[in-house]
Design a protein around this ligand. Structure first.
Ligand SMILES: [Zn+2]
Length: 493
Protein backbone atom coordinates (compact mmCIF):
# COMPACT_ATOMS: atom_id res chain seq x y z
CA UNK A 1 0.00 0.00 0.00
CA UNK A 2 2.78 2.42 0.88
CA UNK A 3 4.02 2.63 -2.67
CA UNK A 4 0.59 3.26 -4.00
CA UNK A 5 0.12 6.16 -1.60
CA UNK A 6 3.54 7.49 -2.58
CA UNK A 7 2.55 7.43 -6.19
CA UNK A 8 -0.79 9.01 -5.45
CA UNK A 9 0.78 11.83 -3.48
CA UNK A 10 3.38 12.34 -6.12
CA UNK A 11 0.69 12.58 -8.69
CA UNK A 12 -0.84 15.55 -6.92
CA UNK A 13 2.24 17.55 -7.88
CA UNK A 14 2.58 15.95 -11.25
CA UNK A 15 1.49 17.97 -14.30
CA UNK A 16 -0.37 15.23 -16.16
CA UNK A 17 -0.43 11.62 -17.25
CA UNK A 18 0.07 12.51 -20.90
CA UNK A 19 3.81 12.55 -20.48
CA UNK A 20 4.19 8.91 -19.49
CA UNK A 21 7.96 9.02 -19.81
CA UNK A 22 8.27 11.87 -17.36
CA UNK A 23 6.02 9.90 -15.10
CA UNK A 24 8.27 6.88 -15.56
CA UNK A 25 11.33 8.82 -14.46
CA UNK A 26 9.37 10.10 -11.52
CA UNK A 27 8.38 6.68 -10.27
CA UNK A 28 11.81 5.17 -10.87
CA UNK A 29 13.10 3.42 -7.81
CA UNK A 30 9.64 2.55 -6.60
CA UNK A 31 7.94 -0.74 -7.23
CA UNK A 32 6.40 0.18 -10.55
CA UNK A 33 7.74 -1.76 -13.53
CA UNK A 34 8.89 1.11 -15.69
CA UNK A 35 8.49 -0.82 -18.94
CA UNK A 36 4.85 -1.57 -18.06
CA UNK A 37 3.78 2.08 -18.43
CA UNK A 38 1.11 2.30 -21.08
CA UNK A 39 -0.83 5.41 -21.97
CA UNK A 40 -3.86 4.87 -24.16
CA UNK A 41 -7.18 6.67 -24.61
CA UNK A 42 -6.72 8.91 -21.60
CA UNK A 43 -5.68 6.17 -19.18
CA UNK A 44 -2.20 5.59 -17.85
CA UNK A 45 -1.65 1.98 -16.82
CA UNK A 46 1.26 0.50 -14.91
CA UNK A 47 2.08 -2.68 -13.06
CA UNK A 48 3.04 -2.21 -9.43
CA UNK A 49 4.62 -4.78 -7.17
CA UNK A 50 3.01 -4.61 -3.75
CA UNK A 51 5.17 -7.31 -2.15
CA UNK A 52 7.54 -9.98 -3.46
CA UNK A 53 4.61 -12.21 -4.34
CA UNK A 54 1.91 -9.83 -5.50
CA UNK A 55 1.51 -7.51 -8.44
CA UNK A 56 -1.37 -5.19 -9.24
CA UNK A 57 -2.43 -3.08 -12.15
CA UNK A 58 -2.74 0.64 -11.44
CA UNK A 59 -4.92 2.70 -13.76
CA UNK A 60 -4.87 6.51 -13.64
CA UNK A 61 -7.39 8.63 -15.49
CA UNK A 62 -9.27 11.92 -15.34
CA UNK A 63 -12.33 10.14 -16.73
CA UNK A 64 -13.27 7.30 -14.37
CA UNK A 65 -16.07 6.08 -16.65
CA UNK A 66 -13.35 4.79 -18.99
CA UNK A 67 -12.60 2.10 -16.44
CA UNK A 68 -16.12 0.65 -16.55
CA UNK A 69 -15.93 -3.12 -16.60
CA UNK A 70 -12.48 -3.30 -15.03
CA UNK A 71 -12.53 -5.00 -11.64
CA UNK A 72 -10.93 -2.72 -9.06
CA UNK A 73 -9.92 -3.38 -5.48
CA UNK A 74 -9.75 0.24 -4.34
CA UNK A 75 -9.72 3.63 -5.96
CA UNK A 76 -8.52 7.02 -4.77
CA UNK A 77 -9.26 10.48 -6.16
CA UNK A 78 -6.39 12.89 -6.11
CA UNK A 79 -6.33 16.24 -7.86
CA UNK A 80 -8.03 15.76 -11.20
CA UNK A 81 -7.24 12.06 -11.40
CA UNK A 82 -8.64 8.85 -10.13
CA UNK A 83 -6.25 5.99 -9.44
CA UNK A 84 -7.63 2.48 -9.35
CA UNK A 85 -5.81 -0.57 -8.03
CA UNK A 86 -6.88 -3.62 -9.97
CA UNK A 87 -6.13 -7.33 -9.59
CA UNK A 88 -4.16 -8.89 -12.45
CA UNK A 89 -6.70 -11.63 -12.86
CA UNK A 90 -8.28 -13.43 -15.80
CA UNK A 91 -11.29 -11.09 -16.07
CA UNK A 92 -9.14 -7.97 -16.21
CA UNK A 93 -6.80 -9.54 -18.78
CA UNK A 94 -9.81 -10.20 -21.02
CA UNK A 95 -11.09 -6.64 -20.41
CA UNK A 96 -7.75 -5.40 -21.70
CA UNK A 97 -7.57 -7.69 -24.69
CA UNK A 98 -11.09 -6.75 -25.75
CA UNK A 99 -10.35 -3.04 -25.46
CA UNK A 100 -6.79 -2.96 -26.84
CA UNK A 101 -6.72 -5.53 -29.59
CA UNK A 102 -3.08 -4.74 -30.37
CA UNK A 103 -1.99 -6.18 -27.03
CA UNK A 104 -3.59 -9.60 -27.21
CA UNK A 105 -3.69 -12.66 -29.46
CA UNK A 106 -3.41 -12.25 -33.20
CA UNK A 107 -2.73 -14.34 -36.28
CA UNK A 108 0.86 -15.02 -37.25
CA UNK A 109 -0.01 -14.86 -40.92
CA UNK A 110 2.74 -13.25 -43.00
CA UNK A 111 5.36 -13.75 -40.30
CA UNK A 112 8.42 -15.64 -41.44
CA UNK A 113 9.72 -17.20 -38.25
CA UNK A 114 7.37 -17.98 -35.38
CA UNK A 115 8.14 -19.63 -32.08
CA UNK A 116 5.82 -21.30 -29.60
CA UNK A 117 6.88 -20.66 -26.01
CA UNK A 118 4.70 -22.77 -23.79
CA UNK A 119 4.82 -21.62 -20.18
CA UNK A 120 3.38 -24.22 -17.82
CA UNK A 121 3.86 -22.09 -14.72
CA UNK A 122 2.54 -18.82 -16.12
CA UNK A 123 5.63 -17.00 -14.85
CA UNK A 124 8.17 -16.76 -17.65
CA UNK A 125 6.65 -14.61 -20.39
CA UNK A 126 8.69 -11.56 -19.30
CA UNK A 127 11.85 -13.59 -19.95
CA UNK A 128 10.48 -14.57 -23.35
CA UNK A 129 9.83 -10.92 -24.16
CA UNK A 130 13.40 -9.95 -23.25
CA UNK A 131 14.74 -12.48 -25.72
CA UNK A 132 12.19 -12.17 -28.55
CA UNK A 133 12.69 -8.39 -28.63
CA UNK A 134 16.16 -8.92 -30.06
CA UNK A 135 14.95 -10.80 -33.15
CA UNK A 136 12.41 -10.58 -35.91
CA UNK A 137 10.26 -13.44 -34.68
CA UNK A 138 6.53 -13.81 -34.12
CA UNK A 139 6.08 -15.06 -30.55
CA UNK A 140 3.37 -17.46 -29.45
CA UNK A 141 3.52 -16.61 -25.74
CA UNK A 142 0.43 -18.68 -24.88
CA UNK A 143 0.73 -22.30 -25.95
CA UNK A 144 -0.56 -25.31 -24.05
CA UNK A 145 -2.04 -28.70 -24.83
CA UNK A 146 -5.02 -30.23 -23.05
CA UNK A 147 -2.60 -32.66 -21.42
CA UNK A 148 -0.62 -29.73 -20.01
CA UNK A 149 -3.81 -28.05 -18.77
CA UNK A 150 -4.85 -31.22 -17.00
CA UNK A 151 -1.44 -31.81 -15.45
CA UNK A 152 -1.05 -28.21 -14.24
CA UNK A 153 -4.68 -27.60 -13.24
CA UNK A 154 -5.08 -24.55 -15.47
CA UNK A 155 -7.64 -23.47 -18.09
CA UNK A 156 -7.01 -21.96 -21.50
CA UNK A 157 -8.18 -18.62 -20.07
CA UNK A 158 -5.63 -18.90 -17.24
CA UNK A 159 -2.90 -19.58 -19.78
CA UNK A 160 -3.82 -16.66 -22.00
CA UNK A 161 -4.26 -14.28 -19.06
CA UNK A 162 -0.87 -15.21 -17.60
CA UNK A 163 0.84 -14.73 -20.96
CA UNK A 164 -0.98 -11.43 -21.45
CA UNK A 165 0.04 -10.05 -18.05
CA UNK A 166 3.61 -11.24 -18.49
CA UNK A 167 3.85 -9.53 -21.87
CA UNK A 168 2.09 -6.40 -20.64
CA UNK A 169 4.31 -6.04 -17.61
CA UNK A 170 7.41 -6.44 -19.79
CA UNK A 171 6.23 -3.76 -22.19
CA UNK A 172 5.42 -5.98 -25.19
CA UNK A 173 2.87 -4.06 -27.26
CA UNK A 174 2.85 -5.95 -30.56
CA UNK A 175 0.43 -8.75 -29.84
CA UNK A 176 1.26 -12.44 -29.80
CA UNK A 177 -0.05 -15.85 -30.74
CA UNK A 178 -2.12 -18.12 -28.50
CA UNK A 179 -1.96 -21.76 -29.56
CA UNK A 180 -4.36 -24.46 -28.43
CA UNK A 181 -1.81 -27.18 -28.91
CA UNK A 182 -2.45 -30.81 -29.84
CA UNK A 183 -6.24 -30.55 -29.79
CA UNK A 184 -7.88 -33.84 -30.68
CA UNK A 185 -11.64 -33.26 -30.70
CA UNK A 186 -14.17 -30.69 -31.83
CA UNK A 187 -14.93 -29.88 -28.18
CA UNK A 188 -11.28 -29.10 -27.49
CA UNK A 189 -11.08 -26.87 -30.56
CA UNK A 190 -14.24 -25.05 -29.50
CA UNK A 191 -12.81 -24.61 -25.99
CA UNK A 192 -9.67 -22.92 -27.34
CA UNK A 193 -11.62 -20.73 -29.77
CA UNK A 194 -14.09 -19.68 -27.05
CA UNK A 195 -11.11 -18.75 -24.87
CA UNK A 196 -9.88 -16.33 -27.53
CA UNK A 197 -6.98 -18.36 -28.90
CA UNK A 198 -5.56 -17.31 -32.25
CA UNK A 199 -4.11 -20.64 -33.33
CA UNK A 200 -5.43 -24.17 -33.41
CA UNK A 201 -3.05 -27.10 -33.65
CA UNK A 202 -5.12 -30.07 -34.63
CA UNK A 203 -3.68 -33.42 -33.68
CA UNK A 204 -5.47 -36.00 -35.77
CA UNK A 205 -3.49 -38.99 -34.47
CA UNK A 206 -6.75 -40.60 -33.28
CA UNK A 207 -7.78 -40.77 -36.93
CA UNK A 208 -4.50 -41.94 -38.42
CA UNK A 209 -3.56 -45.54 -39.01
CA UNK A 210 -4.47 -48.71 -40.81
CA UNK A 211 -5.90 -50.22 -37.68
CA UNK A 212 -8.45 -47.42 -37.24
CA UNK A 213 -11.92 -48.59 -37.97
CA UNK A 214 -13.34 -47.42 -41.24
CA UNK A 215 -10.09 -46.14 -42.73
CA UNK A 216 -10.62 -48.16 -45.87
CA UNK A 217 -14.26 -47.01 -46.17
CA UNK A 218 -13.43 -43.33 -46.33
CA UNK A 219 -14.26 -41.23 -49.37
CA UNK A 220 -12.06 -41.92 -52.40
CA UNK A 221 -9.08 -39.57 -52.47
CA UNK A 222 -8.62 -36.82 -55.04
CA UNK A 223 -4.95 -37.78 -55.45
CA UNK A 224 -4.65 -40.24 -58.35
CA UNK A 225 -2.22 -43.01 -59.13
CA UNK A 226 0.22 -42.63 -62.05
CA UNK A 227 -0.15 -38.85 -62.13
CA UNK A 228 2.95 -36.72 -61.80
CA UNK A 229 2.40 -33.86 -59.33
CA UNK A 230 4.90 -31.01 -59.56
CA UNK A 231 6.42 -29.48 -56.45
CA UNK A 232 7.66 -25.94 -55.84
CA UNK A 233 11.32 -26.95 -56.12
CA UNK A 234 10.85 -28.41 -59.62
CA UNK A 235 10.76 -32.05 -58.51
CA UNK A 236 7.66 -34.20 -58.89
CA UNK A 237 5.85 -36.83 -56.88
CA UNK A 238 3.72 -39.69 -58.13
CA UNK A 239 1.91 -42.63 -56.55
CA UNK A 240 1.39 -46.25 -57.47
CA UNK A 241 -2.05 -47.87 -56.97
CA UNK A 242 -0.66 -49.58 -53.88
CA UNK A 243 0.63 -46.34 -52.43
CA UNK A 244 -2.71 -44.63 -52.96
CA UNK A 245 -4.45 -47.50 -51.25
CA UNK A 246 -2.08 -47.40 -48.29
CA UNK A 247 -2.26 -43.60 -47.91
CA UNK A 248 -6.05 -43.73 -48.15
CA UNK A 249 -6.33 -46.37 -45.47
CA UNK A 250 -3.93 -44.51 -43.17
CA UNK A 251 -4.85 -40.85 -43.70
CA UNK A 252 -8.23 -40.43 -45.36
CA UNK A 253 -10.18 -40.34 -42.09
CA UNK A 254 -7.74 -37.81 -40.68
CA UNK A 255 -8.12 -35.63 -43.77
CA UNK A 256 -11.92 -35.69 -43.50
CA UNK A 257 -11.72 -34.90 -39.78
CA UNK A 258 -9.36 -31.97 -40.40
CA UNK A 259 -11.56 -30.63 -43.16
CA UNK A 260 -14.67 -30.79 -41.00
CA UNK A 261 -12.95 -29.04 -38.08
CA UNK A 262 -11.86 -26.26 -40.40
CA UNK A 263 -15.18 -25.79 -42.17
CA UNK A 264 -17.42 -26.29 -39.14
CA UNK A 265 -15.47 -24.40 -36.50
CA UNK A 266 -12.73 -22.17 -37.86
CA UNK A 267 -14.63 -20.68 -40.78
CA UNK A 268 -17.13 -18.29 -39.32
CA UNK A 269 -15.58 -18.04 -35.87
CA UNK A 270 -15.36 -14.33 -36.53
CA UNK A 271 -11.62 -13.85 -36.72
CA UNK A 272 -8.54 -15.05 -38.54
CA UNK A 273 -7.25 -18.18 -36.82
CA UNK A 274 -3.99 -19.91 -37.68
CA UNK A 275 -4.50 -23.58 -38.42
CA UNK A 276 -1.73 -26.08 -37.86
CA UNK A 277 -2.07 -29.76 -38.59
CA UNK A 278 0.03 -32.13 -36.53
CA UNK A 279 0.70 -35.60 -37.85
CA UNK A 280 3.84 -36.01 -35.74
CA UNK A 281 2.44 -38.18 -32.96
CA UNK A 282 2.91 -41.41 -34.85
CA UNK A 283 5.21 -44.37 -34.38
CA UNK A 284 7.29 -43.80 -37.50
CA UNK A 285 8.59 -40.78 -39.43
CA UNK A 286 6.10 -39.26 -41.86
CA UNK A 287 6.71 -40.45 -45.40
CA UNK A 288 6.99 -37.31 -47.59
CA UNK A 289 4.59 -38.91 -50.05
CA UNK A 290 2.01 -39.27 -47.29
CA UNK A 291 2.62 -35.63 -46.40
CA UNK A 292 1.89 -34.67 -50.01
CA UNK A 293 -1.21 -36.89 -50.05
CA UNK A 294 -2.60 -35.11 -46.99
CA UNK A 295 -1.62 -31.61 -48.12
CA UNK A 296 -3.03 -31.96 -51.62
CA UNK A 297 -6.40 -33.14 -50.44
CA UNK A 298 -6.70 -30.47 -47.77
CA UNK A 299 -5.92 -27.87 -50.44
CA UNK A 300 -8.51 -29.50 -52.73
CA UNK A 301 -11.17 -29.20 -50.03
CA UNK A 302 -10.31 -25.57 -49.37
CA UNK A 303 -8.45 -25.93 -46.09
CA UNK A 304 -5.60 -23.39 -45.86
CA UNK A 305 -3.00 -24.51 -43.36
CA UNK A 306 -0.66 -22.05 -41.65
CA UNK A 307 1.71 -24.86 -40.74
CA UNK A 308 2.05 -28.62 -40.67
CA UNK A 309 4.09 -30.75 -38.29
CA UNK A 310 5.32 -33.99 -39.82
CA UNK A 311 7.28 -36.43 -37.77
CA UNK A 312 10.83 -35.95 -39.02
CA UNK A 313 13.52 -38.60 -39.17
CA UNK A 314 15.43 -39.01 -35.90
CA UNK A 315 14.48 -38.68 -32.25
CA UNK A 316 12.93 -35.48 -30.88
CA UNK A 317 12.99 -36.26 -27.20
CA UNK A 318 11.86 -33.62 -24.74
CA UNK A 319 14.28 -30.97 -23.54
CA UNK A 320 17.44 -32.44 -25.07
CA UNK A 321 19.30 -32.21 -28.36
CA UNK A 322 18.34 -34.05 -31.54
CA UNK A 323 19.31 -37.71 -31.63
CA UNK A 324 20.04 -39.02 -35.10
CA UNK A 325 21.99 -38.56 -38.31
CA UNK A 326 21.95 -34.89 -39.28
CA UNK A 327 22.64 -35.64 -42.95
CA UNK A 328 19.53 -37.86 -43.03
CA UNK A 329 17.52 -35.21 -41.21
CA UNK A 330 18.54 -32.67 -43.86
CA UNK A 331 17.50 -34.96 -46.72
CA UNK A 332 14.15 -35.60 -45.06
CA UNK A 333 13.58 -31.93 -44.24
CA UNK A 334 14.22 -30.84 -47.85
CA UNK A 335 11.50 -33.21 -49.11
CA UNK A 336 8.95 -31.96 -46.57
CA UNK A 337 9.94 -28.34 -47.21
CA UNK A 338 9.27 -28.69 -50.94
CA UNK A 339 5.74 -29.86 -50.15
CA UNK A 340 5.15 -27.06 -47.63
CA UNK A 341 6.37 -24.53 -50.22
CA UNK A 342 4.05 -26.01 -52.84
CA UNK A 343 1.00 -25.42 -50.66
CA UNK A 344 2.22 -22.22 -49.03
CA UNK A 345 2.57 -23.10 -45.36
CA UNK A 346 5.39 -23.48 -42.86
CA UNK A 347 6.84 -26.65 -41.49
CA UNK A 348 6.40 -26.84 -37.74
CA UNK A 349 9.06 -28.50 -35.61
CA UNK A 350 7.50 -30.02 -32.50
CA UNK A 351 9.42 -30.91 -29.35
CA UNK A 352 11.62 -28.22 -30.86
CA UNK A 353 13.48 -26.93 -27.82
CA UNK A 354 17.15 -27.67 -27.27
CA UNK A 355 17.65 -29.19 -30.74
CA UNK A 356 20.75 -27.06 -31.21
CA UNK A 357 22.52 -29.39 -33.62
CA UNK A 358 19.78 -29.13 -36.26
CA UNK A 359 18.81 -25.45 -35.93
CA UNK A 360 21.26 -24.23 -38.56
CA UNK A 361 19.77 -26.78 -40.99
CA UNK A 362 16.17 -25.80 -40.17
CA UNK A 363 16.96 -22.12 -40.73
CA UNK A 364 18.90 -22.75 -43.93
CA UNK A 365 16.67 -25.34 -45.61
CA UNK A 366 13.42 -23.53 -44.80
CA UNK A 367 14.93 -20.27 -46.07
CA UNK A 368 14.04 -18.68 -42.75
CA UNK A 369 10.39 -19.69 -42.87
CA UNK A 370 9.36 -22.06 -40.10
CA UNK A 371 7.52 -22.57 -36.83
CA UNK A 372 9.28 -24.03 -33.81
CA UNK A 373 7.56 -25.22 -30.64
CA UNK A 374 9.15 -25.20 -27.22
CA UNK A 375 7.39 -25.82 -23.92
CA UNK A 376 8.95 -27.95 -21.23
CA UNK A 377 12.34 -26.35 -21.63
CA UNK A 378 10.92 -23.23 -19.97
CA UNK A 379 9.89 -25.33 -17.00
CA UNK A 380 13.42 -26.72 -16.84
CA UNK A 381 14.86 -23.22 -16.82
CA UNK A 382 12.57 -22.38 -13.91
CA UNK A 383 13.91 -25.44 -12.10
CA UNK A 384 17.44 -24.23 -12.81
CA UNK A 385 16.52 -21.13 -10.80
CA UNK A 386 15.14 -23.26 -7.96
CA UNK A 387 18.36 -25.26 -7.92
CA UNK A 388 20.38 -22.05 -7.55
CA UNK A 389 18.08 -20.25 -5.13
CA UNK A 390 16.72 -23.07 -2.98
CA UNK A 391 18.80 -26.24 -3.46
CA UNK A 392 16.97 -27.97 -0.63
CA UNK A 393 13.60 -27.59 -2.36
CA UNK A 394 15.13 -28.68 -5.64
CA UNK A 395 16.64 -31.76 -3.98
CA UNK A 396 13.26 -32.79 -2.60
CA UNK A 397 11.62 -32.28 -5.97
CA UNK A 398 14.31 -34.25 -7.74
CA UNK A 399 14.01 -37.20 -5.34
CA UNK A 400 10.25 -37.20 -5.78
CA UNK A 401 10.55 -37.00 -9.57
CA UNK A 402 12.99 -39.88 -9.66
CA UNK A 403 10.80 -41.95 -7.37
CA UNK A 404 7.72 -41.39 -9.55
CA UNK A 405 9.40 -41.52 -12.95
CA UNK A 406 7.50 -44.57 -14.14
CA UNK A 407 4.14 -42.84 -13.61
CA UNK A 408 5.25 -39.90 -15.77
CA UNK A 409 6.45 -42.27 -18.48
CA UNK A 410 2.82 -43.23 -19.05
CA UNK A 411 2.33 -39.71 -20.52
CA UNK A 412 5.70 -38.97 -22.09
CA UNK A 413 7.90 -41.34 -24.01
CA UNK A 414 11.58 -41.02 -23.00
CA UNK A 415 14.48 -43.46 -22.85
CA UNK A 416 15.49 -43.04 -19.24
CA UNK A 417 15.45 -45.41 -16.28
CA UNK A 418 15.46 -44.29 -12.68
CA UNK A 419 18.26 -46.71 -11.81
CA UNK A 420 20.63 -44.92 -14.19
CA UNK A 421 20.22 -41.31 -13.00
CA UNK A 422 22.21 -39.88 -10.06
CA UNK A 423 20.73 -39.75 -6.55
CA UNK A 424 21.26 -36.03 -6.21
CA UNK A 425 21.89 -33.22 -8.65
CA UNK A 426 24.07 -30.11 -8.68
CA UNK A 427 24.35 -27.41 -11.35
CA UNK A 428 26.70 -29.53 -13.46
CA UNK A 429 24.60 -32.70 -13.27
CA UNK A 430 21.50 -30.68 -14.18
CA UNK A 431 22.91 -30.48 -17.73
CA UNK A 432 22.80 -34.26 -18.15
CA UNK A 433 20.19 -35.27 -20.73
CA UNK A 434 18.75 -38.04 -18.52
CA UNK A 435 18.43 -35.71 -15.52
CA UNK A 436 16.74 -33.08 -17.69
CA UNK A 437 14.28 -35.66 -18.96
CA UNK A 438 13.41 -36.86 -15.48
CA UNK A 439 12.55 -33.30 -14.43
CA UNK A 440 10.97 -32.48 -17.78
CA UNK A 441 8.29 -35.13 -17.80
CA UNK A 442 7.38 -35.13 -14.09
CA UNK A 443 6.05 -31.55 -13.93
CA UNK A 444 2.45 -32.68 -13.47
CA UNK A 445 3.33 -35.04 -10.64
CA UNK A 446 5.46 -32.40 -8.94
CA UNK A 447 2.83 -29.67 -9.22
CA UNK A 448 0.06 -31.97 -7.98
CA UNK A 449 1.97 -33.77 -5.22
CA UNK A 450 0.24 -33.46 -1.84
CA UNK A 451 1.30 -33.94 1.76
CA UNK A 452 -0.58 -36.41 3.98
CA UNK A 453 -2.86 -33.56 5.07
CA UNK A 454 -3.67 -32.65 1.49
CA UNK A 455 -1.49 -29.54 1.23
CA UNK A 456 0.59 -29.00 -1.91
CA UNK A 457 3.92 -30.71 -1.35
CA UNK A 458 5.96 -28.45 -3.69
CA UNK A 459 3.68 -26.13 -5.61
CA UNK A 460 3.39 -23.32 -3.05
CA UNK A 461 7.10 -23.29 -2.25
CA UNK A 462 7.99 -23.52 -5.94
CA UNK A 463 5.88 -20.48 -6.88
CA UNK A 464 7.17 -18.61 -3.85
CA UNK A 465 10.77 -19.32 -4.78
CA UNK A 466 10.27 -18.26 -8.41
CA UNK A 467 8.41 -15.07 -7.49
CA UNK A 468 11.09 -14.18 -4.95
CA UNK A 469 13.72 -14.67 -7.65
CA UNK A 470 11.85 -12.96 -10.44
CA UNK A 471 14.87 -11.20 -11.94
CA UNK A 472 16.98 -14.35 -11.95
CA UNK A 473 14.11 -16.29 -13.54
CA UNK A 474 13.71 -13.68 -16.24
CA UNK A 475 17.41 -13.52 -17.11
CA UNK A 476 17.75 -17.31 -17.03
CA UNK A 477 14.85 -17.83 -19.44
CA UNK A 478 16.05 -14.96 -21.61
CA UNK A 479 19.51 -16.49 -21.95
CA UNK A 480 18.10 -19.89 -22.81
CA UNK A 481 15.80 -18.57 -25.54
CA UNK A 482 18.67 -16.36 -26.77
CA UNK A 483 20.72 -19.52 -27.25
CA UNK A 484 17.95 -20.93 -29.43
CA UNK A 485 17.68 -17.76 -31.50
CA UNK A 486 21.45 -17.60 -31.94
CA UNK A 487 21.65 -21.18 -33.20
CA UNK A 488 18.80 -20.38 -35.58
CA UNK A 489 20.78 -17.39 -36.88
CA UNK A 490 18.11 -14.93 -35.70
CA UNK A 491 20.26 -12.95 -33.31
CA UNK A 492 23.99 -12.34 -33.33
CA UNK A 493 26.70 -12.15 -30.66
ZN1 LIG B 1 3.64 -32.56 -31.59
Amino acid sequence: MTDFIDITEALGAYPGIEDANAFASYVKGRNVYKESLYLADGILFMVNKTDPFTKELVAVTAEPHLLAGLTTNTSIHTGRYMMARCPMNVANAYWFMARYKNLGPKSMKDSKVSIGLGDRLGLVTAGHVSSIRKASVFPVFAQQSIRELNLTGRTFKDVLADAFWGAFRAGWREGFGADGDHLKTAEEVRYALDSGFSMITLDCSNHIGLEREGGANAKPPSVRAQVSYRLADGTAVSFSEDEIERCTATYQRAIEFTSSIYHDLLVGCGRKVDFELSIDETGTPTDPKAHYFVAKQLADTGVPLTSLAPRFIGEFQKGIDYIGDIAKFREDFVLHQAIADTFGYKLSVHSGSDKFSIYPSVAELSKGHFHLKTAGTNWLEALRVVLAANPELFGQMYSYAKEHLDEAKAYYKVDVEKESVPDSVDAALFERPDVRQVMHITYGLLLNAKTETGEPLFRTRLYRCLRENEDLLRSTVERHIDNHLKALGLIWS
